[in-house]
Design a binder for this molecule. Structure first.
Ligand SMILES: [Zn+2]
Length: 132
């Protein structure tokens, strides 16, 4: 199995073999040694699976910052995957709480949406003042 750096333009033209080669893993077979989805670490660098071309046996990946044992991500204004750091712009479509998969790396996540209430206050008329 070849591992290559994912490029959308080449992928759309079905030219995965022109993407930059990261590694040729002759002893690793897709669907035998690993399932599609998740991460692969090569020479200490982590990548997430983007696509796999069965005919060409090419796994296309993107570099990512993998945190295998992350802390909770609390009080964050964006829906951020604790494992890969991906910020999901479509998280507003989720219900207020539940479980989901990271749309980038596929990790299982539990989340709750919290609301912050803020006030904007404008002066209109001051109360009477007695000066002595
Ligand atoms: Zn993720």
């Amino acid at each position: 199995m070849e591992v290559r750096l994912y490029k959308l333009g080449l992928s759309l033209k079905n030219r995965e073999q022109e993407m930059e080669l990261i590694a040729n893993l002759e002893n690793i077979k897709m669907y035998e040694d690993l399932e599609f989805g998740g991460f692969i670490v090569i020479d200490g660098k982590s990548y997430r699976h983007c696509m796999y071309n069965v005919k060409k046996d090419i796994l296309c990946v993107e570099p990512t910052e993998l945190d295998e044992d992350p802390d909770d991500v609390d009080d964050c204004s964006e829906f951020t995957c604790p494992y890969c750091g991906y910020k999901d712009q479509d998280a507003f479509e989720l219900s207020d709480n539940g479980t989901t998969e990271c749309s980038s790396c596929g990790s299982n996540l539990e989340y709750e949406r919290t609301y912050t209430i803020e006030y904007n206050v404008r002066p209109v008329k001051c109360a009477p003042i007695t000066r002595v």
